[in-house]
Write a protein that binds this ligand. Structure first.
Ligand SMILES: N[C@@H](CCC(=O)N[C@@H](CS)C(=O)NCC(=O)O)C(=O)O
Length: 98
């Protein structure tokens, strides 16, 4: 099971900003778009306690939204939290060559 999950909406700038940071770190994450799903939004609220997007879950811990993600980065804590979720560079190389 993927242990980085981000709940998003397509129209959300904070979501793109959060995904940019995750992408820059080569992290494998599952994105759950809640734009058109009341049920998915309900699950997001139940799991995270948050009502805005993005809501980010790392290793089953709801860390909050975009600002909280960047705060972890600025405190130097994010890389360790993401370590086990980084893509294998060999996998990246082989998928790029196909
Ligand atoms: N401080 C939050 C701000 C998030 C935020 O304001 N998100 C907006 C969308 S960009 C939102 O969820 N608005 C309510 C909604 O779309 O239901 C963060 O850093 O993630």
């Amino acid at each position: 099971m993927n242990s980085v999950i981000i709940y998003t909406k397509q129209t959300c700038g904070f979501c793109y900003r959060a995904k940019d940071l995750l992408d820059s770190k080569g992290v494998n994450y599952e994105e759950i778009a809640i734009d058109f799903s009341f049920e998915k939004r309900k699950v997001m609220i139940e799991i995270t306690g948050g009502y805005t997007v993005p809501q980010i879950i790392i290793n089953e811990q709801a860390i909050g939204g975009c600002n909280e993600l960047y705060a972890l980065e600025h405190k130097g804590l994010l890389d360790d939290m993401l370590e086990s979720n980084k893509l294998d560079p060999n996998q990246q190389a082989s998928s790029q060559s196909n």
